[in-house]
Design a protein around this ligand. Structure first.
Ligand code: SIN
Length: 335
């Protein structure tokens, strides 16, 4: 008798034990998955697929509620909500982790990655994988990287040479690297949540922005930006994250099943992201609302030269080992 009371007491203290006592009627584990983009984007689709697979494979055991378009939390408060277990999964853009680790700033360095395949190689190699665990002391655990795509510069005027951006104000994510990037071309920047970008551009509060095609199209940003220069100057990708107390507190069997599902969803998102972005590029072109400017190699090189000093500025904070590993990912090797 004493033993079982002690066991019950211990269970009351341990979340995992409570959940492990299946068989006795248990409420399903609820995962609130909040994000800031539309459903018809790589992240939006990934969140929906995750929900579908979880509810098919863990019926009655895990439920997933997806909140898109900043409808539950927005950029300003979603990470704090995760750290406080008010929401259990997020997939913020990598630029939004700056205050939790400087290492992830590597993803914001302009013209560091040649293309999305190079980004993919870096994320899969040892250094990229280590970064998934770089925020555990901050109550954030990385579960996977999800692609969106390469960023393009949009503006109220045509941007052909770096000097064309001088004097304009660009909306940026909360990243000092992105701030420095626009300083380098004589532009200013404003850190604004994603939910405010359309209105800021429409009202002229800022005159430019940087986004992958899918975010431009799904938020109709192209309708208030008459020019988009196809710079591919940086990447906008995501880290799927949870709160380690929640994640590692789940019964092992359920966590392993969820991790398998995440692997499957990650594969699908990362396979389809580039095609989704290209389809949105075509939709923007077909809309006739925004002119797409394709740079020749000399023009692209001029942007690269102008923005490149940002690397030196941030290399010590990020770590030369991380920057070198990212650069090395531009070269293919037998994986
Ligand atoms: C997102 O794709 O999650 C939004 C990125 C941004 O804030 O620009």
């Amino acid at each position: 008798m004493f033993k079982s009371i002690a066991a019950i007491g211990a269970c009351a203290l341990a979340f995992s034990c409570t959940l492990a006592n299946a068989g006795q009627e248990q409420a399903p584990i609820l995962i609130k998955f909040s994000h800031v983009v539309a459903d018809n984007t790589p992240k939006g689709q990934g969140a929906q697929l995750f929900k579908q697979l979880v509810e098919a494979r863990l019926p009655g055991q895990v439920e997933v509620e997806v909140y898109a378009n900043s409808s539950l939390y927005g950029d300003a408060d979603e990470l704090e909500a995760l750290r406080n277990d008010q929401v259990q999964m997020l997939a913020p853009s990598l630029a939004k982790f700056e205050q939790y680790t400087p290492q992830l700033q590597v993803f914001d360095l302009p013209f560091l990655f040649d293309d999305l395949e190079a980004v993919n190689r870096f994320q899969k190699r040892a250094k990229g994988r280590q970064l998934l665990r770089s925020m555990e002391t901050q109550n954030i655990v990385g579960l996977a990287y999800w692609h969106n795509g390469m960023k393009q510069l949009s503006a109220s005027k045509p941007l052909l040479q770096p000097g064309d951006a001088a004097g304009l104000s660009f909306r940026i994510q909360p990243s000092r690297v992105l701030e420095a990037q626009f300083d380098q071309v004589g532009a200013s920047s404003r850190k604004l949540p994603f939910a405010e970008v359309f209105e800021a551009l429409r009202s002229g509060q800022v005159q430019g922005a940087e986004n992958p095609w899918s975010n431009l199209y799904s938020k109709q940003l192209h309708s208030v930006q008459p020019y988009i220069t196809e710079t591919n100057h940086g990447v906008l990708d995501y880290m799927l994250v949870s709160n380690p107390r929640f994640w590692f507190g789940m019964p092992h069997r359920i966590r392993v099943e969820l991790e398998g599902i995440i692997d499957e969803v990650t594969y699908v998102v990362n396979q389809q992201a580039e095609a989704a972005n290209q389809a949105d590029r075509q939709r923007i072109e077909a809309s006739g609302k925004s002119r797409i400017i394709v740079l020749d190699s000399q023009q692209r090189d001029a942007w690269r030269q102008a923005m490149r000093p940002v690397w030196q500025q941030f290399e010590t904070a990020i770590g030369a080992d991380v920057v070198n590993a990212a650069q090395a990912a531009n070269r293919k090797r037998r994986e």
